[in-house]
Design a protein around this ligand. Sequence first.
Ligand SMILES: [Zn+2]
Length: 298
Amino acid sequence: MKRLFLLALVLTLFTRIGIAQINSPADDPLRVIVFFAHPDDGEKMGGTAAMMAREGIQVKFVCMTNGDAGHQEMGGGALGVRRRAEAMVAKEKLGIAEYVVWDNHDAELLPELHIRKDVIRAIREWNADVVIGHRPNDYHPDHRNAGQLVIDASYLVIVPNVAADTPPVRNNPVFLYLQDRFSKPNPFSYDIVIGTDEGFEAKLAATNAYESQMYEWLPWTSQSLDQVPESPEERFEWLRKRHESRKMSEEARAGLVKWYGEERAANFKYSEAFEIAEYGKRPNEEEIRMIFPMLKKK
Ligand SMILES: [Zn+2]
């Protein structure tokens, strides 16, 4: 009996060591921080974020600009205030732990040293195990620069003399990229694909919170403002239909099969994908299943 107990203890310890969380203690919730350029960009992983939050993972969203430019009728401080309020509604819908909006101007984000230091401090203060951001090739300069800023911080977060007012994290976190559709100089790699059906309603509700973008600015840019319904209920249904009609790509479907197996993968209608960055810690399969606990469920 005693021997069995010892064996169990050793096995438990061994398992712990095997799947040690990167920075946070093994018994604490995993800590994830997500950086993106504009208030609606985090919705790319809205389903995953909502599902992570339900698993107890501490998810923090950091919007790196205040969104004060992208609108056809309003701008500046008034728009910034409105976008921030929308982001706070989205936070509630996703159920994530924190959501901050930085006061950098929209359409003016540059890979400047002071913002790099802000990124380094934010990662350290969150004691992040995982950092997620844009890839540095993307149509929007803010997305590109946001991606660059996060990647530029990826090694420096462990260097004590950089942003020395904030103690470094002990280990390099895992760095992941949000999904995009750009192929030059290299296409997005579907390294991790999450079936997000269980997070779909939360994602939709959070997306619906960005009224000034979903029902005003984006339809204006695509010259479809006349198709936007009047009432909030009709708008929500309109948004739902557009999301429901999106076809899953072959790459995403193949990724689901890899992570869930053929049978489970076939049941998913929705997915969100992540590419593992070459910087920071390279996670093994066991660590990926720890970061995304929904991959473990049978
Ligand atoms: Zn954006």
